[in-house]
Design a binder for this molecule. Structure first.
Ligand SMILES: Cc1cc2nc3c(=O)[nH]c(=O)nc-3n(C[C@H](O)[C@H](O)[C@H](O)COP(=O)(O)OP(=O)(O)OC[C@H]3O[C@@H](n4cnc5c(N)ncnc54)[C@H](O)[C@@H]3O)c2cc1C
Length: 430
């Protein structure tokens, strides 16, 4: 039977849209190209012997995140990680002393404050958006490191190519909650029981008739309306075609919101040693030369026997091209900077690509083509433009993390965006 609404993609936005539409009395069908629920929220336990989030793992801005009360209600085990103190911080290869730590912390605060102040000044005076890199301190000893951490790793893109206004508008302040069971577990749980067709890649959406028609290997499906939740990376690459083609402003909004990249490299301890560090230990080091790209580390989450290195931006794209063996070797070499190569071999086993090493693959996967969106310089309005685009008299809409002006790049943003699009197509259907 023809559903009221087709939803393309069963990630957080698609699941939220489906639940909201069902609550409004509408019939839905989710078309998911992959074989699982959750999209970029994906927990998998087989490779490390414990839940590991390949994608999202923190409920960011937890105070206003729609997933916080849901996770609490469902009894998930949560850990507040507001504190970001490094258990080991290296300054030019040596363990940082009190003075270097104080300088590091001051540089972090000054960096954030400068971005906010410059953005506020420009908005007040009507001056245009600029690159984040042009607004933040550059000459202090820790400034390049802080840029690398806040922009390339956390936002997945170098500050030189990131809109200042978008960075400030979507800043991840407040509490960050981790889930012992995994964020992907929560999102998949919320999708249970929904009418999903897996392996159903939508190749073309037609919106020139009275309804919307999806075409793919599954055949042809008609509905009164559709919500598209695939990443802006997939949309920009033409992974889903539209007939008629998208209006120029919508296409421009998609191209103004490219995907950045965050990669995780997880290593599982082979023996009893834990490098002398406790659960959730954090390691970081200074960026010591142009082109250097330190990993940020979290060790032994929940007391489990794996360590996770985070790498973002250009360095992550480069390692994705080189493949997982190169990524693992890089991660081992990075860890050796803190504890020495012999200790790394003793803890994780001697060989690269050992059992239990996991390298995430978001860049290469054609269903994602990156981790999350950022606005190009001057494109800060693109999120609202994509969110508000009403095609086919409001019966074809976009949703997903890229469409949220405050919680962009997060599961919570995708969730709220899906709910909002659901309300809009419900109204358009009359
Ligand atoms: C490494 C990493 C770390 C992250 N960390 C965090 C974090 O700590 N906290 C946080 O809140 N967020 C984090 N995020 C971001 C968060 O995961 C995403 O913002 C969010 O999950 C996006 O949800 P979505 O529904 O918008 O898109 P998606 O999850 O991408 O869902 C879209 C779905 O569409 C499907 N699809 C693609 N093409 C087609 C097609 N042609 N036809 C049918 N289906 C298709 C895809 O398979 C996918 O399931 C992280 C992401 C990554 C990659």
């Amino acid at each position: 039977m023809e559903p009221d609404v087709l939803i393309v993609g069963a990630g957080a936005a698609g699941i939220a849209a489906a639940r909201r539409l069902q609550a409004l009395g509408r019939s839905v069908r989710l078309l998911e190209a992959g074989r699982r629920l959750g999209g970029r929220a994906w927990t998998e336990a087989a490779q490390l012997g414990a839940p590991f989030d390949h994608g999202a793992s923190w409920i960011h801005v937890a105070e206003r995140n729609p997933l916080t009360p849901i996770a609490r209600r469902l009894g998930f085990i949560l850990r507040d990680e507001r504190r970001r103190v490094r258990d080991i911080l290296l300054w030019r290869g040596q363990v940082a002393g009190a003075a270097e730590r104080a300088a590091h912390d001051a540089a972090c605060e000054a960096w954030e404050a400068a971005a906010e102040a410059e953005d506020a000044r420009r908005r007040a005076s009507g001056e245009p958006d600029i690159a984040l890199a042009a607004a933040v301190p550059r000459d202090g000893p820790w400034d390049a490191t802080v840029s690398h951490w806040f922009s390339a790793i956390i936002s997945g893109v170098e500050a030189e190519r990131f809109s200042l206004r978008d960075y400030v508008a979507t800043a991840l302040d407040g509490a960050n909650l981790q889930l012992a069971e995994g964020f992907g577990t929560l999102v998949a749980r919320l999708g249970e029981g929904l009418p999903v067709s897996f392996g159903a890649a939508v190749e073309r959406l037609r919106w020139d008739g009275p309804g919307v028609v999806a075409e793919g290997g599954f055949g042809t499906l008609r509905a009164g309306a559709a919500i598209v939740t695939v990443s802006t990376g997939v949309l920009a690459a033409g992974g889903l075609r539209f007939t008629p083609g998208l209006p120029a402003p919508v296409q421009a909004a998609i191209e103004g919101l490219p995907q950045g990249l965050l990669s995780k490299i997880a290593l599982r301890a082979a023996g009893p040693g834990r490098l002398g560090l406790g659960a959730f230990a954090r390691l970081g080091r200074s960026l010591d030369a142009p082109g250097d790209a330190p990993l940020s580390w979290m060790l032994w989450p929940w007391g489990r026997d794996h360590a996770i290195g985070f790498l973002g931006g250009e360095a992550a794209w480069a390692l994705a091209r080189e493949g997982p063996a190169a990524a693992e070797a890089h991660a081992r070499a990075e860890l050796a900077r803190y504890v020495g190569a012999a200790e790394v071999a003793r803890c994780f086993g001697p060989e690269a690509r050992g059992p239990g090493a996991v390298v995430t693959g978001w860049a290469e996967d054609p269903l994602f083509l990156g981790a999350y969106s950022h606005a190009r310089i001057g494109c800060h309005g693109a999120r609202a433009a994509l969110r508000d685009a009403e095609l086919a008299a409001g019966r074809l809409r976009f949703a997903g993390e890229a469409c949220h002006s405050r919680l962009a790049g997060t599961v919570g943003g995708a969730w709220e965006s899906g709910e909002r699009a659901a309300g809009a197509v419900h109204a358009a259907l009359g």
